[in-house]
Write a protein that binds this ligand. Structure first.
Ligand code: FAD
Length: 481
């Protein structure tokens, strides 16, 4: 039987679920959530650290339990959307049915990992982390692994290098001059290395308490599409270990290089001298790395192909994705989109930029719901998009990123960095331009989040303070009161 609702949401990740939850608070009309996976991602324990900075847990919840929490909400799982017809307000589903929406649809179908050249032929030796199932298959494969190569330099690779233990050797292939380049600069990267974050990681991990609920997929059949992306702290839920238990691997980092090709033993071009490895990475710096398995974490591409020709899209140079305005409206009437699948196509505030993160997926899902249910509210100011704000954990340290924390949107000569570093304890970087703070990286328990946020938003001239801005004996908040 075909499906019908006043509002339809596609996707059970953070964006889709936040959109559905918010809609239930704004309307009594029927809401239908359609998701490829039968487990949805819900946010819990939302903690507003500052006005802009929100910390929360992400839990898996069975779709049926999620549905029963909200009267008026129906959830349909195990089926995917194949096409959209905005004129008819219809979606074609993979099982042949049609889903119709009356007032609006919100597309929250996420993104998929980019692939490495040669990865297809080395299928069982190359792993891409995206959802719970991909982590489970990596863990299975790790049981016999001696050496693992991790490719990528974003949050996922950084978390994995910190988490993975019990193999003898690990090679981390990064295309930048320093590790974790998507989030931190060379100074902060060095702080992690000097603080023993890389080598002591194994000792710190054992104590983690796992608090989240996990529901396995109830559907044993082949999946039509991947599940929702893993949420923050995913690594605390799994023992990502090789045969040597919690022993830390020897970590070697290959800087400023990329994978040119993956060659499986037996394939043409496989180097004979590395015959004791099942797979070899050929790097652009000409190095050849033999290993037992490869973890690919080189980033994601929005799942928007099915809407090509129907909605306006950003180019690959722009970062791909469905173009939306600040109210999450796409180019078609009644069609909204949120989360990893979108490209933020509005005049952005000076200190905000898009990054495919769960924080933004949640903000966008809520924003789309407001715009769908109360169209008159769309012009209202939304603080979420005023300033980039993200909190995470790398190598066991709390990491807070605010505003233009890496000098984004500015020319290199136009800003300077003020640093305070206590090895093993904290790393503070303020990005300053024209005497005003534009961004901040706060690693460790610095308790400077609120002050930095205010300095960025208020654009107070701090030049009179000079280097004392970060003098631990001066209380900056008192100074500006
Ligand atoms: P997704 O979570 O990808 O959800 C998409 C949903 O759409 C899924 O339910 C899927 O089944 C469904 N779907 C897809 N196609 C269809 C279709 N055609 N029809 C119907 N349903 C469909 N972010 C952080 O901020 N901090 C972190 O520490 C962090 N770590 C990460 C670690 C890993 C390993 C990964 C993979 C990502 C991480 N991220 C992190 C990124 C973050 O998880 C994503 O930005 C966020 O989850 C995106 O949410 P979303 O709802 O837009 O998409």
């Amino acid at each position: 039987m075909d499906l019908q609702a006043c509002y339809v949401i596609i996707g059970g990740g953070i964006a889709g679920v936040s959109c559905a939850e918010t809609l239930t608070t704004l309307t009594n009309e029927s809401i239908l959530l359609i998701s490829g996976s039968d487990v949805v991602k819900v946010t819990r324990n939302v903690n507003q650290l500052t006005e802009a900075l929100t910390q929360f847990d992400v839990e898996d919840q069975s779709a049926s339990e999620f549905e029963s929490t909200f009267p008026g909400l129906a959830v349909s799982t195990g089926v995917t959307v194949v096409t959209l017809n905005p004129e008819l307000r219809e979606l074609k589903l993979s099982d042949g049915r049609v889903a119709r929406y009356e007032k609006g649809v919100c597309l929250c179908v996420g993104a998929s990992p980019k692939t490495l050249d040669g990865a297809e032929s080395a299928e069982n030796l190359v792993f891409t982390l995206r959802d719970m199932e991909s982590v489970a298959s990596l863990i299975e494969k790790l049981k016999d692994a001696r050496k693992v190569a991790v490719v990528g330099n974003g949050g996922i690779a950084t978390e994995l290098v910190y988490t993975l233990k019990g193999v003898q050797d690990m090679v981390w292939v990064v295309r930048d001059k320093h590790i974790s380049a998507a989030f931190v600069d060379p100074g902060a990267a060095q702080f992690f290395i000097n603080s023993g974050g890389l080598t002591e990681a194994g000792q710190k991990k054992g104590a983690t308490v796992i608090k989240r609920l996990t529901y396995q997929s109830q559907n044993g059949t082949k999946k039509e599409c991947q599940g929702a992306a893993l949420g923050p702290d995913w690594h605390t839920k799994f023992k990502v270990e090789g045969p040597n238990g919690d022993k830390m691997p020897n970590i070697h980092i290959e800087y400023e290089t990329e994978v040119k090709r993956i060659i499986k033993r037996g394939e043409t071009g496989f180097p004979a001298e590395l015959n004791n490895w099942p797979v070899v990475l050929e790097l652009t710096n000409k190095s050849l790395i033999g290993c037992d398995l490869v973890v690919n974490a080189i980033g994601v591409l929005p799942n928007c192909k099915m809407f090509d020709g129907v909605l306006d899209m950003a180019s690959p140079e722009q970062g791909s994705g469905i173009k939306v305005d600040k109210a999450m409206r796409t180019s078609a009437d009644g069609v909204f989109a949120a989360g990893d699948v979108i490209f933020a196509n509005w005049m952005k505030e000076k200190h905000w930029f898009q990054m495919r993160l769960w924080t933004q997926a949640r903000q966008m899902g809520c924003q789309a719901a407001r715009a769908m249910a109360v169209p008159s509210s769309v012009s209202m100011f939304d603080f979420s998009f005023e300033m980039f704000a993200h909190v995470t954990k790398f190598f066991g340290f709390k990491v807070v990123l605010l505003g233009l924390y890496n000098g984004q949107k500015m020319n290199p000569g136009d800003w300077e960095a003020l640093l305070r570093v206590t090895p093993g304890k904290e790393f503070i970087k303020l990005v300053i331009a024209n005497g005003k703070v534009q961004g901040a990286v706060l690693i460790g328990e610095t308790e400077l989040e609120e002050t930095c946020e205010n300095l960025i938003l208020n654009q107070l001239d701090v030049s009179a303070l000079g280097d004392d801005l970060l003098n631990p004996d001066i209380d900056i908040e008192d100074y500006f009161d």
